[in-house]
Design a protein around this ligand. Structure first.
Ligand SMILES: *[C@@H]1O[C@H](CO)[C@@H](O)[C@H](O)[C@H]1NC(C)=O
Ligand SMILES: *[C@@H]1O[C@H](CO)[C@@H](O)[C@H](O)[C@H]1NC(C)=O
Ligand SMILES: *[C@@H]1O[C@H](CO)[C@@H](O)[C@H](O)[C@H]1NC(C)=O
Ligand SMILES: *[C@@H]1O[C@H](CO)[C@@H](O)[C@H](O)[C@H]1NC(C)=O
Ligand SMILES: *[C@@H]1O[C@H](CO)[C@@H](O)[C@H](O)[C@H]1NC(C)=O
Length: 412
């Protein structure tokens, strides 16, 4: 592997003493310490009043978050949530910050013991963060042997998107293509990985697809659970004579609901991120309400039971990371900054790198294989009847298995 002097220095800095002063990218080790913010969070959450009973008890999930669920989250947050334990668990990972193009970027870098491990970048979306990959990071660093005797392991890199949790908010004109460019720099120049694989979900799939289609010499395999192309409607699927399984019909039904009456949040965040961002800036229960209803409609109904670890504690951790870092507001801006981030017209990436796709039944969009094949060099399409939008939390074993499969196709 050829390393320029600059990247060799940066690489050495990451591996050894990260406090080297002349490091071009200023890589620094990082520990999460948000403990001093927690009393204010608990105090506000404790004082926030909710109605005693639902206004319309039969309104149901599809009119927004249900009061009983929100109250349960509030009660758990105030009385039964151990931030210190969550923080300690997150600090088990190796965290760093780096400055790329003036942006402070936080990332987890978990190296495999296997010198032949494949570099891998995992990209989250909204309302996610690096946290949603916690259950898969360490397993992916471990060696797995396929039925054909090939060993696969990964050096795992998980950045926080600019504007999310510990990464600084980008300039107003920043786009997902800028995210892709700085993440390509992170992998190839800061960490010295001349080629790598990418996994993306939600906005992370938009950024990951930008890497896959633009940085074709460095991005040598991609795995997605979401795409930057709007999923086809039921009518389009029927017009193309695509037959769906009963499980796929469940996903299509959820997607149809999401894209007809479920995208008010999307329009608000795209058009008026300051209204909702400032309204809920210092309102933890408000953030739980805004995000909790979305999560309720995009997770497996069995969430929190094995293999899902997406229980209330995990959800409170996800939202607390936004609240405690004061980045709920800045996280919303990715919608406003990328009005064409998701596209209506399918185009094929000009790359020979393999692409894999995993569809989880209870997420909020269905892409049949025929549609996924339009956008890349599709070598594997999987359907999982367990799990929703946060696959890393809602079905970690399936995500680990599918990302490992990517290693069988990876050809640096
Ligand atoms: C919540 O408020 C009640 C009533 O004022 C108080 O007794 C309790 O200690 C508070 N709990 C927290 C975690 O602040
Ligand atoms: C895979 O790893 C195992 C255990 O480390 C080793 O014995 C084996 O030789 C490896 N196989 C290949 C093809 O490298
Ligand atoms: C984006 O804004 C920054 C300042 O915030 C400016 O330096 C830069 O030139 C702008 N980029 C483009 C492409 O307009
Ligand atoms: C779908 O099937 C119908 C009836 O067999 C046929 O007329 C039509 O051309 C097919 N459409 C496509 C897009 O293949
Ligand atoms: C959620 O699961 C974790 C283990 O993944 C467990 O420690 C925690 O107690 C669970 N929380 C709830 C509310 O069940």
């Amino acid at each position: 592997m050829f390393l320029s002097l600059v990247s060799a220095l940066a690489f050495a800095a990451v591996l050894t003493d990260v406090s080297i002063a002349d490091d071009t990218f200023n890589v620094q080790p990082f520990k999460i310490d948000l403990s001093s913010e927690v009393p204010h969070l608990l105090d506000l959450a404790n004082k926030t009043r909710l109605p005693l009973k639902p206004l319309y008890p039969d309104a149901g999930l599809y009119k927004g978050i249900e009061l009983d669920y929100l109250r349960k989250l509030q009660t758990a947050l105030v009385g039964n949530f151990d931030w210190e334990a969550q923080q300690a668990a997150l600090n088990e990972f190796n965290h760093y910050t780096v400055v790329i193009e003036g942006q402070t970027v936080h990332f987890v870098h978990q190296k495999s013991d296997d010198p032949d491990a494949i570099p891998l970048i995992l990209l989250h979306g909204w309302p996610g963060s690096f946290y949603e990959f916690s259950p898969v990071i360490k397993p992916l660093t471990e060696s797995w042997t396929s039925a054909t005797g090939k060993n696969v392991s990964y050096h795992v890199v998980v950045p926080s998107l600019p504007g999310f949790v510990f990464s600084s908010p980008p300039p107003q004109n920043w786009t997902v293509d800028d995210d892709a460019r700085i993440f390509n720099t992170l992998m190839s120049e800061v960490l010295g990985y001349s080629t790598f694989a990418v996994h993306g979900t939600d906005w992370g799939s938009v950024i990951g697809y930008s890497l896959y289609s633009t940085f074709t010499t460095t991005t040598r395999a991609a795995h997605f659970v979401f795409l930057p192309f709007f999923p086809p409607t039921a009518e389009e699927i029927a017009a193309n004579n695509i037959t769906l399984s009963e499980e796929q019909k469940v996903t299509l039904q959820r997607g149809t609901e999401w894209f007809s009456t479920g995208i008010a949040y999307f329009m608000e965040q795209e058009n008026k991120p300051n209204d909702i961002g400032l309204a809920l800036y210092d309102n933890p229960v408000g953030q739980l309400a805004w995000i909790g209803g979305l999560n309720e409609r995009a997770e497996d109904p069995r969430a929190g039971t094995p293999p899902s670890v997406l229980n209330d504690t995990a959800f409170l951790t996800l939202v607390s990371l936004y609240y405690l870092t004061n980045t709920f507001h800045s996280s919303l801006w990715i919608y406003a900054q990328n009005p064409n981030g998701f596209r209506g017209t399918y185009t094929k990436a000009n790359t020979d790198a393999p692409m894999l796709f995993s569809q989880f039944e209870y997420t909020n969009a269905l892409w049949p294989q025929e549609y996924v094949a339009k956008v890349g060099n599709l070598v594997s399409y999987k359907f999982h009847d367990f799990g929703g939008h946060f696959a890393g939390l809602d079905n970690p074993p399936a995500l680990i298995e599918d990302i490992r499969e990517m290693g069988l196709y990876f050809d640096a």
